[in-house]
Design a protein around this ligand. Structure first.
Ligand SMILES: Cc1ncc(COP(=O)(O)O)c(C=O)c1O
Length: 378
């Protein structure tokens, strides 16, 4: 084996020894798995109105966008989606990216000037962390959900431009950021607040408008919102929403917008249809909240350590990485897909199962899945 491949092989062996092997598992189009691992929170990925809208745009525009929007042109579908997202989120404007990851990279980099201090929550998603890294700006990582630590970091850099960066619903444990307090701290110090609403959009807030709207911060001039369109909206893509001048700045300077092929129009059209359903989906959110509460109740009653049902992400502590892998595999063997999170994909040394609750899973299957999770527990 060539030297460089032998070196990779040794690293794979070390990961295996630590119980950190990752394997791709096959997925059939018609699999009968009960999905508590994906992020289709409202069950919209397969909704007939969503797939029909995508199908119409597919027929009209073809498979891909064939280029970036600046080069190849900007379709009505993209503009319509951006207007609808801005209206829902209560912002001046929005810009769609081809993924949430690229939206976060673009947003963080665009907010960071040479002297900017980035203040990033310790549990932030990899895309926010990478955004801080590629921005080249000095970054202070503050303890999780700790406005006092954020205030201390900002106080230590008086007179410097700063951006406080957080998720609204954290992706691993599903807990909520103290957004109102973080905003108050940021404003007191003249800093901006960047919130990744990935796991909140469609799930929390008035008409599902997300965590920023739930905190009463929609449209604030010192708040920028990002989100993925791949979770409750069931599609793909990402969005950055905020003041119109900021959106214009992203169009003209955002490398992950300019140098990236646009989101396929068919996906944008499907997401647009999903947005209308999500916005009108209070009944789906009620079902989701009830299921999250029931999940926590049932698993705690079985003696498991479980996070709070703040949104649709519930995490269950596993004794270690191997136990987490075996637990998830046991569930999969019985037809229940759950997320298995082990270091380094966790913000600390704890391994967990991550259950993502969906209102789209038939009720009886959801109930059975909870039984399976308890029965397979280590
Ligand atoms: C909090 C958070 N932000 C951003 C992303 C990235 O979004 P996307 O999958 O659309 O790239 C994810 C995961 O997918 C996420 O959980």
């Amino acid at each position: 084996m060539a030297d460089w491949l032998a070196a990779l092989h040794r690293r794979a062996e070390l990961r295996a020894k630590a119980g950190l092997t990752r394997r791709l598992r096959p997925r059939a189009a018609e699999d009968a798995v009960v999905d508590l691992a994906g992020n289709d929170y409202l069950g919209l990925a397969t909704h007939p109105e969503v797939t029909a809208a995508a199908g119409r745009a597919l027929a009209a525009y073809g498979l891909g966008a064939t280029g970036s929007r600046l080069v190849r042109g900007s379709t009505d579908v993209h503009h319509g989606l951006e207007a609808a997202l801005a209206d829902w989120l209560g912002t001046d404007g929005s810009l769609v990216f081809s993924s949430g990851y690229l939206a976060n990279l673009g947003a963080v980099r665009a907010l960071a000037q040479p002297r900017t201090l980035l203040v990033s929550d310790a549990h932030n998603h990899a895309s926010l962390i990478d955004g801080c890294r590629i921005s080249g700006a000095e970054t202070v990582v503050t303890p999780h959900a700790d406005p006092a630590a954020v205030a201390a970091a900002l106080s230590a850099a008086p007179g410097r431009p700063a951006v406080v960066i957080t998720e609204s619903v954290f992706s691993v444990d599903g807990d909520l950021a103290p957004l109102a307090e973080l905003h108050a701290v940021a404003r007191r110090h003249g800093a901006l607040l960047l919130v990744d609403d990935a796991h909140a959009l469609g799930v929390t807030g008035p008409s599902g408008a997300g965590g920023v709207a739930a905190a009463g911060l929609a449209g604030e001039p010192d708040v920028v919102v990002t989100a993925t369109l791949s979770k409750a909206l069931g599609g793909a893509g990402g969005v950055v929403a905020g003041p119109a001048e900021f959106v214009r700045h992203l169009v003209e300077t955002g490398r992950t917008f300019i140098f990236d092929t646009a989101l396929p129009p068919a996906v944008a059209a499907g997401v647009r249809a999903a947005l209308d359903l999500a916005r009108a989906g209070d009944h789906l959110r009620a079902e989701l909240a009830e299921r999250a509460a029931e999940t926590v109740r049932r698993l705690r009653a079985a003696g498991l350590t479980v996070s709070a049902p703040d949104a649709a992400v519930v995490s269950v502590t596993a004794p270690g990485p191997e136990a987490a892998t075996a637990w998830a595999a046991g569930c999969a063997d019985r037809g229940v897909a759950v997320g298995c999170f082990r270091p380094p994909s966790t913000p600390d040394s704890r391994s967990r199962l991550r259950l993502t609750i969906s209102a789209g899973v038939p009720r009886a299957e959801f109930e059975r899945a909870l039984d399976v999770i308890v029965e397979c527990a280590p």
